[in-house]
Design a protein around this ligand. Structure first.
Ligand code: AMP
Length: 385
């Protein structure tokens, strides 16, 4: 069993927990941990980091800063991460001091699209057809072996549709590879999407797993727009997705919260798109609509506590708020507060830029259809600029 999976006595409230990364995911982890009575130390170089501003301690240093890592290791009973691009050496260095969950090995698979897709394929689970592109010479065979159009995606550091370009010929593929800086990439077929789904689960060091209901996601311009739960999902498909996500978690000997994103194609195939070794935007609905939020679950898994119930308390649609709806001024929040079951979450980011995730709203309702309609109506009202 990996070091992440070693069963230790539970870490109880009063202890200090560390989180690598100070964005919104770190912030919501920090808030959940503090509600439970833990102290939280955030490592993030940004003085204005959303998580740093709500933490007990904000270490403003680089993720490779040896002194900062030594302090974090000495002060924290356990450490987790809010993003997959923290260097593996950082996770490994911290693991010599305290439990780091998820493990560096699991994060390494999720961080790199090439490793991730090969890992999924080797498990016998489906992905969109793809080729790994390490140099320009790999492009010709990949273009010949795929049905075009395809997408060229950087293997690392791509998110929210960033670092990916459409390709419909070898010539295009070469130009796209150059435009992406000739970095390792995957070229993958553009599949015909009927739906996008995601499974968020938590797995403890003892292998206990708690799975949230499957979310149905709508993306706009490559960025998550809404997640609706329960989704309107064909019979059997949610169970299949859950089984695939559980298999991934077990094979990674995963400890923590894991999200697996799926494509459900018009041909009825369920493909794994990618995974995130942390709470996920499509799990933000759990903050208001679930017995245990994905962030409390992250605390529980990190601390070796029993996992909480994932029971859905209310149908819900989560609506993302991107910087686009800010324009020159704050959105008209009165429109949101006018809805008695709209739950506003803002991340405390000072600057609203197009595409930047600034917050989200969870719209609860008696049924998911109504919450989905409400989310889209509210979006239309806020997005009038
Ligand atoms: P990603 O960053 O890989 O999750 O991609 C962002 C979004 O782009 C996805 O949620 C899909 O809406 C779309 N997308 C990405 N890859 C594909 C694909 N192979 N086929 C169809 N749509 C895709």
């Amino acid at each position: 069993m990996s070091s992440a999976g070693i069963i230790l006595p539970p870490i109880l409230p009063g202890a200090t927990l560390g989180v690598l990364g100070g964005g919104q995911l770190g912030r919501m982890f920090t808030l959940a941990a503090r509600v439970l009575g833990y102290r939280v130390l955030v490592l993030d170089p940004d003085p204005d980091s959303p998580a740093g501003s709500v933490a007990d301690i904000h270490l403003r240093a680089d993720y490779t800063d040896k002194q900062a890592l030594a302090r974090m290791g000495a002060e924290c009973a356990a450490v987790t991460t809010e993003w997959e691009n923290v260097p593996a050496s950082t996770l490994e260095a911290l693991a010599t001091h305290c439990p780091v969950r998820p493990s560096a090995a699991a994060v390494a698979v999720a961080r790199d699209r090439i490793r991730e897709k090969i890992f999924v394929r080797d498990l016998g689970l489906a992905t969109a057809p793809f080729f790994a592109i390490k140099c320009e010479d790999d492009l010709a065979a990949a273009v010949a072996g795929l049905r075009l159009p395809a997408l060229l995606k950087t293997a690392t550091l791509g998110y929210d549709g960033k670092g990916q370009l459409p390709v419909d010929s070898l010539e295009h593929a070469r130009a796209a590879f150059a435009q992406l800086g000739e970095r390792p990439c995957v070229l993958e077929e553009k599949v015909k999407l009927a739906q996008e789904l995601s499974v968020v689960l938590a797995r403890g060091a003892d292998g206990e797993t708690a799975v949230y209901p499957v979310g149905e996601n709508v993306h706009r311009n490559g960025i998550l727009h809404t997640t609706r739960v329960p989704g309107c999902i064909a019979p059997g498909v949610a169970e299949l997705a859950i089984g695939m996500a559980q298999r991934v978690a077990a094979e990674l000997d995963y400890v923590g919260v894991l999200a697996v994103e799926f494509f459900f194609t018009t041909d009825g195939e369920l493909l794994i798109n990618e995974m995130a070794p942390r709470p996920h935007n499509s799990g933000h609905y759990t903050l208001d609509a679930s017995a245990t939020s994905q962030f409390e679950q992250q605390v529980r898994a990190l601390c070796g506590l029993p996992l909480g119930s994932t029971r859905l308390l209310s149908p819900v649609t989560m609506l993302n708020l991107l910087g686009d709806v800010w324009g020159d001024s704050q959105p008209d929040w009165q429109q949101v507060f006018a809805h008695p079951e709209a739950k506003l979450h803002l991340y405390g980011k000072r600057e609203a830029r197009p595409g930047r995730k600034m917050g989200h709203i969870n719209l609860l309702s008696e049924n998911a259809d109504a919450s989905f309609v409400l989310a889209n109506e509210l979006f239309a009202t806020l997005n009038t600029r």
